[in-house]
Design a protein around this ligand. Structure first.
Ligand code: SF4
Ligand code: SF4
Length: 96
């Protein structure tokens, strides 16, 4: 079983690390570029945190239970999180 990377690497767990947060770009909230969005199946998710590690837009955080939350204001729908999830818990769904 994979180590729980998300919890160990969470920004608050690394006091002197520099993490940037998603910010509004010149074109507005960059999530508007998206044509498909990731959705997490909590029945499959093992809360390992790999999706957070690989998201290039820092659009993933965790709820109190340790499940990932997607910030759709900034998620561009690249699908990297879905590709990297070891449990196939993330599905890319076409935007309506
Ligand atoms: S969605 Fe996948 S990669 Fe993300 S925490 Fe859950 S199991 Fe890990
Ligand atoms: S689809 Fe891309 S931008 Fe959106 S949460 Fe996943 S990795 Fe991050």
């Amino acid at each position: 079983m994979l180590p729980s990377l998300g919890r160990e690497l969470a920004p608050e767990a690394i006091p002197h690390a520099a993490f940037s947060q998603p910010v509004k770009g010149v074109g507005g909230k960059t999530g508007l570029w998206r044509f498909q969005k990731p959705t997490v199946d909590r029945n499959k998710c093992i809360r390992c945190g790999l999706c957070w590690v690989f998201c290039p837009d820092i659009a993933i955080s965790f709820n109190e239970e340790g499940y990932p939350i997607i910030d759709y204001d900034y998620c561009k729908g690249c699908g990297i999180c879905a590709n990297e999830c070891p449990r196939n818990a993330i599905s890319m769904v076409r935007e309506e």
